[in-house]
Design a protein around this ligand. Structure first.
Ligand SMILES: NC(=O)c1ccc[n+]([C@@H]2O[C@H](COP(=O)([O-])OP(=O)(O)OC[C@H]3O[C@@H](n4cnc5c(N)ncnc54)[C@H](OP(=O)(O)O)[C@@H]3O)[C@@H](O)[C@H]2O)c1
Length: 315
């Protein structure tokens, strides 16, 4: 298949395209390291305010200290504690965001865990990767979407190329991997679920005539802390061997920043790096594997996510 020319030119999208965002407010999950931290740096550097929703208070303090050293003690950055593996914590964080902000120009759903070595359940009983990467963000987005809509803002799902690896479908009969668990399968399924949710949300907003923009992206292969958690030694070794070929986390943040700020975005697109099998290089549009746009599966996933989290959307 012939690739379309990059809509942002041969060098792709870069943060130089970000216009005047001074005074705007961005909310981002998992911003104490990696891609989320770098996205926060860029947004602050452009004069916006950022609310980080982070799990680990010590790491958050370290991130805040570093950001205040770079952007000044009065830099408009704050942190609300949120653990996506506990839906009560997500609800509390969403309530705090509503209380502390008057508008949300973009909610960037970036936090994730990857390749958890053994099957674990979140507090609410979801397989941990599905629970953190999809269900937690489904709840957070559900509780904040009216504020985002009122702000004519955006929602950004930070997915992964992993959505096109492995079985390429949602295992509705074994969503929680009770019958068979593998770290890669659970990660692939969780990122596919998060991305399908993004495309389904696009369709629902369009059907309702809403103003909110929803976009889906991925950071390619970027140096970060993603495999520093509960990951098998073998997977840690394999990824460490590949690390020299990974791009910086700063570049990995560009697709999410594009989705949060760029005027020229369109529905049913996937933004990410466009070279080396879409793992690095100029940021533009990737070809979307058709299973991510499966409308029946996305509608079923939405219904199940509402039923199992108890969060019902007004869309
Ligand atoms: N790096 C890559 O090559 C790559 C490739 C494909 C997709 N991605 C995606 O890029 C996004 C950013 O990841 P990254 O590479 O920057 O990894 P990272 O450095 O590990 O950042 C992930 C962030 O998510 C947070 N997080 C994890 N579990 C959480 C929970 N239960 N509640 C709240 N926050 C939680 C982490 O916080 P803690 O510090 O508390 O752990 C961390 O701040 C993820 O969506 C990932 O799937 C990355």
């Amino acid at each position: 298949m012939t690739k379309r020319p990059n809509p942002f030119g041969p060098d792709g999208w870069t943060p130089d395209r970000i216009g005047d965002i001074a005074g705007k407010t961005y909310v981002i999950t998992g911003a104490n390291s990696g891609v989320g931290f770098q996205a926060t740096r860029t947004l602050l550097g452009k004069g916006a305010a950022v609310v980080m929703l982070n799990r680990n208070p010590e790491k958050s303090d370290a991130a805040l200290t570093e950001l205040r050293q770079e952007f000044g003690a009065d830099a408009p950055v704050s942190c609300i504690r949120m653990d996506l593996a506990e839906l009560d914590s997500v609800r509390e964080a969403a309530a705090a965001v509503i209380e502390q902000t008057t508008s949300i120009d973009a909610l960037i759903c970036n936090a994730a865990i990857s390749q958890t070595a053994t099957r674990k359940l979140t507090v609410d009983g979801f397989e941990s990767q599905l629970g953190v990467n999809h269900m937690g963000h489904f709840v957070l987005s559900g509780l904040l979407h009216e504020r985002v809509e009122a702000s004519k803002g955006r929602m950004v799902m930070v997915g992964s190329n992993a959505y096109r690896m492995g079985k390429k479908k949602i295992f509705f009969d074994d969503l929680n991997s009770d019958e068979s668990y593998s770290p890669w399968h659970a990660y692939n399924q969780s990122k596919l679920a998060q991305m399908m949710f993004g495309y389904e949300l696009q369709r629902r907003v369009a059907a309702a005539g809403g103003d909110m923009v929803v976009q889906v992206c991925h950071p390619g292969a970027s140096k970060s802390n993603l495999i520093s958690g509960d990951v098998s030694t073998l997977n840690k070794i394999l990824i460490k061997l590949m690390l020299p070929f990974f791009q910086s986390a700063e570049r990995g943040a560009w697709p999410g920043l594009l989705c949060a700020t760029e005027a020229e975005v369109r529905n049913e697109r996937l933004y990410g790096p466009t070279k080396r099998a879409d793992t690095a290089g100029p940021v533009g549009e990737n070809t979307i594997a058709p299973h991510a746009l499966d409308r029946d599966a996305a509608a079923r996933l939405w219904e199940i996510s509402e039923a199992r989290t108890g969060v019902t959307w007004s869309l």
